[in-house]
Design a protein around this ligand. Structure first.
Ligand code: KIV
Length: 271
């Protein structure tokens, strides 16, 4: 299925129409102006300003430390770059769990201060009140089930989720609840492909998979991982399209050599 080049700005409705006509949805993360511009101009359908910024941009071990102000800074940079794709922003840890009024305020801050188009929240039944309240304000929500990194200290490991029947049953129920609450899509992270296929077939809204197999309506990857910027990070689900770490490392070494050898700047590189 080819990409529809007629679309100007992709909306949440566009993604739902893509599911209906069987066109796969492409999504990547971005956190800054320069990468967002490349990704957008390449024709990506949706950009996720993920709280994985906490890992790949700030060097934290988990997604927990990133703040709402920092997410807004990243999101506003992406919004300035992207003219075509739908921009979804993660609500960071601690900005929505357990208090639906705070959740609404956090979502409103992201929409108002960054200009993004939607927010993403991790969890199912336990965050339903926050989901309902945010949607009531007219803010589109993408759900996120399976491996939800904000709960890493509950899980204890980044391994595949919902292999056991009880967790799979809860995930299926949560997906339905998120759809009924009005979410426009749901991310399924690191769950068995067969379970993701079953959830995808049971929902009207699109599923976006990461480590969840090919039956999902779309796929998302962390841009640093697929470009090979994260040296040594090669989980099974990742397809690495470039070795950008190697490319940049080589370029920097060449620059150092040129400076040391007084080869840079040359005649034509000075005034
Ligand atoms: O923050 C993120 O990058 C994400 C994706 C892994 C789905 O939530």
């Amino acid at each position: 299925m080819s990409v529809n080049t007629q679309i100007k700005r992709i909306t949440t409705n566009t993604l739902q129409e893509m599911k209906q006509r069987g066109e796969k949805i492409s999504m990547l993360t971005a956190y800054d102006y320069s990468i967002a511009k490349i990704v957008d101009e390449a024709g990506i359908d949706a950009i996720l300003v993920g709280d994985s910024a906490s890992n790949v941009m700030a060097g934290h071990e988990t997604t927990l430390p990133i703040t709402l102000d920092q997410m807004i800074y990243h999101a506003a940079s992406v919004v300035r770059a992207a003219t075509r794709s739908l921009i979804v922003v993660d609500l960071p840890f601690g900005s929505y769990q357990g208090n639906s009024k705070e959740a609404l305020n956090s979502a409103i801050r992201i929409m108002k201060e960054s200009g993004a188009h939607a927010v993403k929240l991790e969890g199912g039944e336990e965050i339903l009140e926050s989901v309902a309240r945010i949607i009531t304000a007219g803010i589109p929500i993408m759900g996120h089930l399976g491996l939800t990194p904000q709960s890493i200290y509950k899980f204890g490991t980044y391994t595949v989720r919902a292999r056991e029947e009880a967790e799979a049953a809860k995930l299926k129920k949560d997906a339905k609840l998120l759809e009924e609450a009005g979410c426009f899509a749901v991310v399924l992270e690191k769950i068995p492909a067969a379970l993701a296929a079953e959830v995808t077939a049971s929902l009207r809204i699109p599923t976006i998979g990461i480590g969840a197999g090919g039956a999902c309506d779309g796929q998302v990857l962390v841009v640093h991982d697929m470009l090979g910027l994260n040296k040594g990070f090669k989980p099974r689900f990742l397809r690495q399209y470039l070795d950008l770490y190697g490319e940049i490392n080589g370029a920097v070494k060449s620059y150092i050599n040129d400076v040391k050898a007084s080869d840079f700047p040359g005649e034509k590189e000075q005034y």
